[in-house]
Design a protein around this ligand. Sequence first.
Ligand code: FO1
Length: 315
Amino acid sequence: MITVLSGGVGAARYLVGQVRATPPEQVAAVVNVADDMTLHGLRVSPDLDTVVYTLAGVVNPATGWGRDGETWNALDELRACGLDAWFALGDRDLGAHLFRTSLLARGLPLSEITARMAAARGLKCRVLPVSDDRIETRVTLASGDRTGAEVGFQEYFVKLGHEVAVSKVRFDGIEDARPGPGVLEAIEEAEAVVIAPSNPVVSIDPVLAVPGVREAVAARRDRSVAVSPIVAGAALKGPTARMLKELGSEADVASIARRYRDVVSALVIDEADAGRAGEVRAAGVRPVVAPAVMSSPEAAAALARRTVAAVIPPP
Ligand code: FO1
């Protein structure tokens, strides 16, 4: 089993490579749920949907989230009713949200619903929400006319276009959250645990912060490896580099190594960062230099092979 701790778009692209590099039945994605929210009465789970849609080959290729071939009639109707519909739920995507929300209302846990959605899409790998409990990322704004206000993650990310500075991130509900079914086992029994190239602050931290998860990964440190989401001082996607700096870290591979050193023994860094391998080593993490920009599924598969090989001893 190869277990991949995952956020949204970056992780989904890495997972496409992992299921090419490894039999998909032997891959488990443990996915962040702290970006989730309730909107128009619907339960939205962006990272779970991004992972499932991407692995199923039905994701919107232009955005990396949402469905391909999407139409927006329902959104247009909401706006026609006068609603400030800032979060774009497409007509096809709404189907998935109706399914998830109605089954949650019948008392099914998110893990069971996600397993059904993944199986219905023909996925052979496991997609495990890190928790069935509600965890909500809350962000304190540090610039603009709402400085000091705390908002939900999607309000910061989508409504405010992640253009405002942030001074604090916290995960509401995390202390009482329990790991979802199969999550700790997937970490304990894995041949390799991979931290995907996702935003460390808002995608990986809320996975590791679920009580028991960080400890389980740390116990497998020799078999755990991260893929740097930072290449040459910039994020592959989204506001990762800026968030790291705003919250007091550097946006470079050495800082990623320091952040993860208690849970991983190796860090995959891009060839562009080969010159900084010594700083990664000085942080107590083995650097592995490999092309880390996933420009195609083949490139993602090659990255997954190099990543897993970094912590699995040769036979
Ligand atoms: N991201 C945007 O930038 N704008 C949107 O309107 C938007 C809608 C949306 C709907 C469903 C979904 O699953 C994801 C959506 N996302 C949107 C992406 C989402 O905000 C991000 O993927 C994350 O939560 C960050 O990982």
